[in-house]
Design a binder for this molecule. Structure first.
Ligand code: PLP
Length: 484
């Protein structure tokens, strides 16, 4: 028998030895009743302790691959995989329209990909170098030791109770009246939005959004088969007259809006405009789905209350929050605040889909939040991102010929070009190792071909300057190419 076991030093030796024999047995290289080498012999061949081999053999016996006869050795059991005639399915032919659409709308697959060495302005993910890992590690150890074993068991669909209570207080601190309302913890904004659309809309229903808007929200609305009406936005948010006109002309199910540091434009809708939007929708009894994902990243000016706070005791505004920008997107934790009855329905929908969001993650996050780490962290990132934003804005002014620059902060800059297609610019920039997000993906009606979003959160100052300069040079060189 050959023993080509190469112990790699990464996985425990007994596991590797056990897996080696399992593999040999499953592939028929070791047959029924064949004797395995003695523990003494194998330990000397592999230069590991006899105990390691004994443990490996015990596991093999436990898993039913061998039996050990006392004083005689270890023998292979009869393991037979009954190989049947093959059936090869063409899965592409079996897919639903939903799956086909999801793949088509998957920009991670169809847009320009990052390659090593490129300067990428595609992402608006936070800069992980700013994460305070020591605080996070402490939160992990404290909460796990406090909760004990049960934290790894099933939890509740609505969420981890201490986190829910924390979030209620957190929303109250934004001025929200929480009477008659509750919270559902979700896997980020994306799940929250999907649950709401699944629970409140049917295919062909009409919904209103800002135009442009968050591309993931557009994707979800399209996947739910909705008729999307985009309301153009100016430097202070939605065109209110257009909104009123569309409300008069259509039966609208709901309106999705991002009032603070809007994606992709970074626009902050002022308080007065928020009130006008709310009142216009109120007249037609249209609920608002308010996306507050980036609210905490206020760089200048006074705090602007979310529309969820402005509604007082009303219940027509459903607020979706997320920790993906102000903390850690990898945790995938967000929440929905809304009317008790709605949250109870959404809780059942969530339970039917994925039982609940990881309790371990929610518990650690709660511990982290409770210790005041969010406030501490947000203070730091606000300063960092603000400096970067100002620097990037200066670079845009200096290097890029634009028609407008939108927004007031956040992690990105949105630019409207002068008579140029941003995809033509991108195609040239890729050759010079610079990439960004073309703005058309944020529009619901094919507009925005002359726009681009430059995410700057993860770039160094040097990269921003170098990258913006290259984009500017490409724009200059293309300037005579007409828009198509
Ligand atoms: C407008 C908007 N809302 C919410 C999110 C966060 O989504 P999630 O919590 O699913 O990561 C993003 C992320 O880019 C966003 O742009």
């Amino acid at each position: 028998m050959l023993f080509d076991i190469n112990l790699d030093g990464k996985t425990p030796n007994y596991i590797q030895i056990k897996n080696y024999f399992k593999d040999m047995i499953l592939r028929g290289m070791l047959q029924k009743s064949e004797k395995l080498p003695s523990t003494r012999e194998l330990s000397s061949i592999l230069k590991v302790s006899r105990n390691t081999i004994i443990t490996a053999y015990e596991f093999l016996e436990d898993e039913g691959f061998i039996h050990i006869k006392k004083g005689r050795g270890a023998f292979v059991n009869e393991i037979h995989i009954n190989r049947l005639d093959e059936l090869t399915i063409t899965w592409e032919d079996k897919l639903t329209d939903y799956a086909v659409k999801a793949e088509k709308l998957d920009i991670m697959k169809h847009e320009v990909l990052y390659k090593k060495g490129m300067i990428s302005f595609k992402s608006i993910a936070p800069d992980e170098n700013l994460f305070n890992m020591e605080d996070f590690k402490r939160a992990f150890l404290n909460r796990v030791s406090l909760e004990g074993n049960k934290i790894l068991n099933y939890g509740y669909a609505q969420g981890y109770k201490p986190l829910i209570e924390y979030l209620i207080k957190y929303m109250e601190s934004k001025g929200v009246n929480s009477q008659g309302k509750s919270i559902l913890v979700t896997n980020g904004f994306t799940e929250g939005m999907d649950l709401i659309l699944a629970s409140l809309t049917s295919p062909k229903d009409t919904v209103i959004t800002e135009n442009p808007t968050h591309n993931t929200a557009i994707k979800l609305m399209k996947l739910h088969g909705l008729n999307i009406i985009g309301i153009d936005i100016d430097k202070d948010g939605m065109d209110i007259e257009l909104l009123k006109e569309k409300l008069r002309e259509n039966t609208v199910k709901l309106c999705y809006i991002i009032p603070s540091y809007h994606n992709p434009t970074s626009i902050v809708t002022p308080s007065q405009k928020r009130a006008e939007i709310y009142n216009a929708l109120k007249e037609f009894e249209v609920p608002i789905i308010e996306d507050g994902f980036n609210e905490e990243l206020r760089f200048t000016g006074a705090h602007i209350a979310p529309i969820a706070a402005m509604q007082g005791e009303g219940n027509s505004v459903v607020y979706i929050g997320s920790f993906s920008k102000i903390l850690f997107p990898g945790l995938r934790i967000g929440w929905i605040l809304g009317d008790n009855k709605l949250i109870s329905m959404l809780e059942s929908v969530k339970r039917s889909r994925n039982i609940h969001t990881s309790f371990l993650d929610q518990a650690i996050l709660y511990e982290y939040l409770k210790e005041g780490n969010l406030e501490k962290y947000v203070k730091i990132i606000r300063k960092e991102y603000k400096n970067k934003y100002k620097f990037a804005l200066n670079c845009a002014e200096k290097y890029i010929k634009y028609s407008s620059i939108y927004g007031e902060g956040g992690m990105h800059i949105f630019i409207k070009l002068k008579d140029l297609n941003a995809r033509d610019v991108l195609n040239e920039c890729v050759n010079k190792n610079v990439i960004f997000t073309p703005g058309d993906i944020f529009y619901v009606n094919g507009k925005g071909k002359d726009t681009l979003r430059l995410g700057i959160s993860r770039n160094s100052i040097e990269e921003i300057e170098k990258g913006f300069k290259i984009i500017g040079e490409v724009i200059d060189s293309l300037h005579k190419v007409p828009l198509h």
